[in-house]
Design a protein around this ligand. Structure first.
Ligand SMILES: [Zn+2]
Ligand SMILES: [Zn+2]
Length: 150
């Protein structure tokens, strides 16, 4: 990946800035009730990257929140504006889930998960990428991304 493909993102006030210096692994929208609560909206979009590819500057703090798996997640946010920029699920070590809408350029989701909890006024046009709950990663992620998380 050459320099011009580096992805940049930031919090709401500009204190926290980050860059991702290699290709993201996968981008997905989650419509579960936990994600609705933490965004105050209908769904979240997460872009998964390798922890080693993420470079962060600025003062950041974290809080541990519960997840459906029972393993928990650490949410990271700017200490000034409190915008939640990324999270680390304890179940997926070495990976970070960036909140896609904190990137300068958004990325279209490759999957929608927990569609069973989706708000009724949202219509997803591409039904092929909708999953009632979670998908089977081996069948959904690219071979290249699967190889990189080994
Ligand atoms: Zn901020
Ligand atoms: Zn969710």
């Amino acid at each position: 990946m050459n320099k011009k493909n580096i992805l940049n993102g930031s919090c709401g006030c500009g204190n926290v800035k980050y860059k991702i210096d290699d290709k993201p692994l996968f981008t997905q929208a989650c419509h579960c009730n936990d994600c609705k609560k933490s965004t105050g909206s209908s769904f979240v979009i997460h872009t998964m990257v390798l922890e080693n590819d993420l470079k962060i500057s600025g003062d950041i703090a974290s809080i541990e929140l519960p997840t459906g798996s029972g393993k928990g997640v650490n949410a990271y946010f700017c200490i000034i504006c409190r915008v939640y920029v990324f999270c680390k699920y304890n179940i997926s070590k070495g990976r970070v889930a960036i909140r896609t809408q904190t990137l300068e350029k958004t990325i279209e989701p490759q999957a929608h998960i927990f569609v069973k909890d989706k708000d009724p006024w949202i219509e997803i046009t591409n039904k092929e990428i909708c999953h009632d709950k979670m998908y089977d990663r081996e069948k959904t992620w690219s071979k290249e991304s699967l190889e990189r998380i080994k």
